[in-house]
Structure formats: structure tokens, C-alpha cells
Design a protein around this ligand. Structure first.
Ligand code: FAD
Length: 380
């Protein structure tokens, strides 16, 4: 079935779907008293109106209940959105974030002609972008497999202690200004002297572990209807994509790669412990069991499964993370260190990471009194 519409196969509760779509359309078009969109991307461009921001104080499930939405089909659709983009169910995710998923882009079919939208994707994922960024750097400028393990103020400068993981070699670097773009939960362990309130604001973030499994097949799956992105309604995963849909040339043989995404939405700390267990076989079995339900021929075609464990895959926008009192503290620069990454805003989205990186870089240029032309026009 094409599109992500659980009602397409029938279901007596489509009135609720219409009510939901109308509500999301309302939020898509709504502008606050400051003239800003209710739910913009990057989120920093969203209205500051209290009646919109206070939606961050409740969960998406509470919002749905308030609206009278109880249809299992609709609840599934909202859960799927929260799980896919935010690694939680509607009961875990801020209503502001949940509505943002549907209202920041012009998804509604009634707006398609006026606001056409596209999904950007390419073979190689974010590595394509990393390669592009690294193209201008010399090999001396590229410090791969090197972690920053300490940042401390040294007068007006910052000293970074780095460790080259394969050799254990230690490097010390002095910088006039630093953009900290690692996940924020690591900052209190790395940045010396971070004020207690800011440490706590960062420590309160919840990170969702993910499993990503690339299932390599000897032959193309002959199933009619295999889309680029495939979602199973009764699956713990958020679905799987077909590598072939992106570029057949990337495959050396006539095979297929299915990439399966499983957010561990339960207790994240417990799930991380499970992920630390070395044996990947149980995870491979889970992936296979799920996929074989819809592709019974799969076990005969599998050449191998590559499993990647993401202990802190993405920050979860729980209620209060985006506009609550801790949010401003989390984003506050500390001396010459400015915090970026999508965690700064609280929505685990590429656009937010990009925005936070640019904002942090511009802050550094400003602090260093260096000329620059802003890329962030019309910032509140
Ligand atoms: C399975 C999965 C699928 C996703 N799919 C999408 C998607 O389709 N679209 C989307 O918009 N978002 C997606 N996301 C969310 C994604 O995490 C963000 O969009 C984006 O990658 C966030 O960028 P970032 O810069 O905030 O963090 P990251 O991409 O996590 O970058 C942080 C970087 O910091 C480095 N680092 C950390 N600590 C140190 C240290 N001490 N020293 C040196 N370097 C360090 C890490 O190695 C990493 O490269 C997905 C996330 C997961 C887990």
C-alpha cells in the first residue's frame, strides 16, 4: 500500500483522521502574534507565543486525548511519527515536537501545489556530506578516530586534550574559540568547570538507543510493491529501506540491501545495557523474524547482516526539552565554548544540527571579532 496511511485499507474511524488532518493543517498555517510560523524548521524561527510554546509542557498522547482522538489507526500513525523522528511513543514525546513533525513541513495534500516538498536522500548517507566537507582539508588537518576528552579554559583560550583511539597518542590543542558539536550528554564529562545548573540541564536529556541492521541479499527481492521506505504496522521497528532504490550502481552484484531501523523505545538505560552485550546474533534473529513475516523467501537470500548499535542514537524531545526552563541553559555558551549539535535545540533532525552548527560558528566569529556575513537571516 503506497503512502503512510493506516486508514487506506478501511477502518470506521476516518472521521478522526479528518479531524486530525484539519488540526495539523491549522497548525501548519498558524502564525503567532510575532508573525512567525507556529512550528518552523529550524525551530528557533517558531513563534514565541505562550499558547503555542506551552504545548511543550504536555505529551503528544495527552494532546491527542484532549482532542478526543482515540482511533487505534490514528494513534498508530502518531506513534509511528514520534518513533521515527524522536525515538519514543506519543506518551514520551512533547506535544510541541509531535505537532512539529506534521506541521513544520507542508505535508497536507491540500497544500501540495502551493508548497511542494521533497525528501533529500542519497547513497552513502551523511558520509557523502562529511566527504564534501573534508575535501579541502590536508591529511594533517584531518584527525580521524581522535576524541576530545578534555576542554579547559586557559586564559582567554581553550585547551583541548585529544586522544587518537587506535594508538592512544595524546594531543593538546589551543584554540581561541571552540564549537562543541558532540552529543551534549558528554559535555559535563569533557568540559572542565561547567556550572552545575548547566551540567544538570545537559544530564537531564534522554537519549534513545537504536539498532540499524543492513541485511545483504544475494538477489534482488522480487516482491512487487517494495518501496524505498517500507513500514510494517505491527512491528517494533520504524521500517526498512531498500538500498536498490537509491542507486543500483552502488551494488557490486545483482543483490539487494535492506536497511532496518529499530529504536529501542522502552527504558533507554536498560536498552543500552542490552546493547553492550557482545553477541549480535539475538539482534540479527529479531530483525530476521520481523522481516521474514513479509518476505518469506528472505532466509534463502541472506548473505550477511551488519548490525550497528547506537547507544545514544538521538536525543528525545520529552516534554519541556524544547522550551522548558532548562533549554536556554543547555544552549548557553560557556566562556569560549559554544554548544552545537541537534541536542542544542532538542529535536534530533539534520536541519536542526546544521542550524546549531552555523549559529555556533557565527557566535565564535563574533567573539573573535572576525568579520562574517550571517547565514541566519531574520533570527528572533
Ligand atoms: C538510526 C538513526 C537514523 C536517523 N535518521 C535521520 C534522518 O533520516 N533524518 C534526520 O534529519 N535525522 C536523522 N537522525 C537523527 C540524526 O542523529 C541527526 O539528524 C544528525 O545526525 C544529528 O547531527 P549532530 O551533529 O547533532 O550529531 P551527530 O551526527 O551524532 O554528530 C556528533 C559527532 O560528534 C562526534 N563526537 C562525539 N563525541 C566526540 C568527542 N569527544 N570528540 C570528537 N568527536 C566527538 C561523533 O563521532 C559524531 O560524528 C537519525 C538518527 C539515528 C540514530
Amino acid at each position: 500500500m503506497e503512502g503512510l496511511n493506516p486508514f487506506a485499507g478501511g477502518g470506521g474511524d476516518s472521521d478522526q483522521l479528518r479531524a486530525f488532518e484539519d488540526d495539523m493543517l491549522h497548525w501548519t498555517l498558524h502564525r503567532g502574534q510575532d508573525g512567525r510560523r507556529a512550528f518552523a524548521m529550524p525551530l528557533a524561527y517558531s513563534t514565541a507565543d505562550a499558547d503555542v510554546r506551552e504545548l511543550d509542557g504536555l505529551t503528544m498522547a495527552e494532546y491527542a486525548t484532549r482532542q478526543g482522538w482515540s482511533s487505534p489507526h490514528l494513534c498508530w500513525m502518531i506513534d509511528q511519527a514520534c518513533k521515527d523522528d524522536y525515538g519514543g511513543l506519543a506518551g514520551d514525546i512533547s506535544a510541541w515536537a509531535g505537532i512539529h513533525y506534521f506541521a513544520c513541513r507542508y505535508y497536507d495534500r491540500r497544500l501540495r501545489d502551493e508548497y511542494p516538498t521533497d525528501t533529500l536522500t542519497w547513497p552513502g548517507g551523511n558520509q557523502f556530506l562529511v566527504d564534501g566537507l573534508a575535501r579541502e582539508l590536508t591529511s594533517e588537518e584531518q584527525w580521524l578516530q581522535t576524541a576530545v576528552v578534555g576542554l579547559s579554559a586557559e586564559g582567554a583560550a581553550v585547551e583541548a586534550l585529544c586522544i587518537h583511539a587506535p594508538t592512544g597518542e595524546r594531543l593538546r590543542v589551543r584554540a581561541g574559540s571552540v564549537v562543541y558539536a558532540g552529543k551534549l550528554h558528554t559535555a559535563p564529562h569533557v568540559v572542565s568547570g561547567l556550572p552545575t545548573a548547566q551540567r544538570q540541564a545537559m544530564a537531564q536529556l534522554t537519549y534513545v538507543p537504536w539498532i540499524v541492521a543492513a541485511v545483504r541479499l544475494s538477489e534482488e527481492l522480487a516482491d512487487v510493491g517494495l518501496a524505498w521506505d517500507n513500514v510494517l504496522m505491527d512491528s517494533p521497528s520504524v521500517g526498512y529501506i531498500s538500498g536498490r532504490h537509491q542507486s543500483p550502481q552502488t551494488l557490486q552484484h545483482g543483490g539487494e540491501v535492506l536497511v532496518y531501523y529499530l529504536p529501542l523505545v522502552g527504558d533507554p538505560a536498560m536498552a543500552r545495557k542490552q546493547l553492550l552485550v557482545d553477541d549480535p546474533q539475538p539482534w540479527a534473529n529479531r530483525v530476521m523474524a520481523d522481516l521474514t513475516r513479509v518476505h518469506p523467501q528472505l532466509p534463502d537470500l541472506v548473505e550477511g547482516i551488519d548490525i550497528c548499535r547506537w547507544g545514544h542514537g538521538m536525543v528525545r524531545p520529552s516534554p519541556g526539552v524544547i522550551w522548558g526552563p532548562q533549554a536556554a541553559l543547555r544552549r548557553q555558551p560557556f566562556g569560549s565554548i559554544t554548544f552545537a549539535s541537534s541536542d542544542a535545540g532538542g529535536l534530533p533532525l539534520f536541519e536542526e544540527a546544521l542550524f546549531a552548527g552555523i549559529a555556533a560558528a557565527e557566535h565564535c566569529l563574533h567573539e573573535l571579532d572576525m568579520p562574517y556575513t550571517t547565514s541566519l537571516h531574520g533570527m528572533p
